[in-house]
Ligand binder design. Structure first.
Ligand code: HMG
Ligand code: MG
Length: 310
């Protein structure tokens, strides 16, 4: 399979961590319910392709996200493959944390909103009340020695509220990090960010004491900007990039959200620039082609299309 020509880019880091969200962000948005065996095989194939950090699923209300109602079955089916600090799961509340802890999960993510409308639609909460919900989750997670990620959604724009002021985003990010999170993931839930905006937000976070070393970026690719935004974040010191195999994804509670940055598109760019990821591109493309067959529609990833002749 064709690989990008290696031409190291000045200033690029030796390595970037890909935080793979396809099994969670991708499959939470499918109209049909994907069988748990298919999900397990998807995760195993991604691990075999060299992805080290793989978000597995969400322990959320099955009424809210029926697509992931099988979270416990998936973790059980995966066994040791679902455990360890590099296999996070989403937990919104103590109920979710209890379910995850019962299964031996050791890495969890809480997920807040920078805007009122999305806090209401995604969590049935307000921006203020979400912290009350997350506080005991974060405290217990840290007491149990878990690794804790804090997502913040709508960091770059909201489908109902329009532009989101940077100060408002930074306030929510700071409150989430004050809960004791190890990493902050900046969610561009509807894929509207542009590179200058990324730089402005990272600078504002740094001013509040949240340096790029504790930040990950999570771009959906609705406007085709996700790769440019991710490369800009790397240039500015971010070393963890969220991506989704084959470009699966979206959010069931955010209108106009499409898939995440495709992992293959990111890997192509990084490998070309001489940045290692640990990913075997050929094996990952084969995985995404297989998953697209399971879902009955082609992957939106340009790199998957180009390399699979699709
Ligand atoms: P609520 O309806 O206010 O909560 O939802 P509730 O406490 O009234 O519970 C409703 C029902 O759910 C009850 O069951 C609870 O027991 C049950 P019933 O008595 O009616 O049968 N329940 C649970 N069951 C299992 N596990 C749980 C759980 N919690 C309650 N953890 C709640 C509030 C937060 C629960 C709900 O709004 C929820 O689950 N939201 C999650 C939505 C979601 O998963 N969205 C997608 C992830 S976020 C995302 O994609 C963005 C991201 O990718 C970044 C980006 O792109 O920006 C991360
Ligand atoms: Mg997302």
């Amino acid at each position: 399979m064709r690989q990008p020509q290696h031409e190291p880019m000045t200033g690029a880091p030796d390595r970037v961590t890909i935080y793979e969200v396809g099994a969670r962000d991708g499959l939470q948005n499918e109209k049909s319910i994907v069988p748990v065996e298919v999900k397990a095989q998807f995760v195993r194939r991604m691990l075999a392709a060299g992805l080290e950090t793989v978000e597995i699923t969400s322990f959320v209300s099955p009424r809210w996200v029926p697509q992931l109602a099988d979270a416990a079955d998936l973790v059980t089916a995966l066994g040791a493959d679902a455990l360890g600090t590099q296999r996070p799961v989403l937990v919104p509340n103590e109920r979710g944390l209890d379910r995850a802890l019962d299964l031996g999960v050791s890495s969890v993510a809480i997920f807040g909103s920078a805007t009122e409308t999305f806090a209401s639609r995604n969590l049935n909460s307000t921006v203020l009340d979400q912290f009350t919900m997350f506080e005991p989750v974060a405290k217990r997670a840290k007491d149990e020695g878990l690794w804790l990620r804090a997502y913040v959604s709508m960091c770059f724009g909201d489908p109902w509220e329009g532009d989101v002021p940077i100060d408002q985003v930074v306030d929510v990010c700071a409150r989430m990090m004050d809960l004791g999170a190890d990493q902050l993931s900046l969610g561009d839930t509807i894929g509207v960010a542009t590179p200058g905006h990324v730089g402005r937000l990272l600078a504002a976070l740094a001013e509040r004491g949240i340096g790029a070393d504790r930040v990950a970026v999570h771009f959906h690719d609705t406007y085709g900007q996700a790769l440019a935004n991710s490369l800009e974040a790397i240039r500015l010191g971010v070393r963890t990039i969220d991506a989704s195999a084959g470009g699966l994804g979206g959010c069931p509670y955010a209108k106009s959200a499409t898939g995440n940055l495709a992992t293959e598109d990111l890997v192509w760019a990084l490998h070309g620039m001489g940045v290692s990821t640990g990913v075997d591109l050929e094996a990952l493309v084969a995985t995404s082609v297989w998953m697209a067959e399971q879902l009955g529609r082609p992957s939106p990833s340009r790199v998957v299309k180009a390399l699979s002749g699709g």
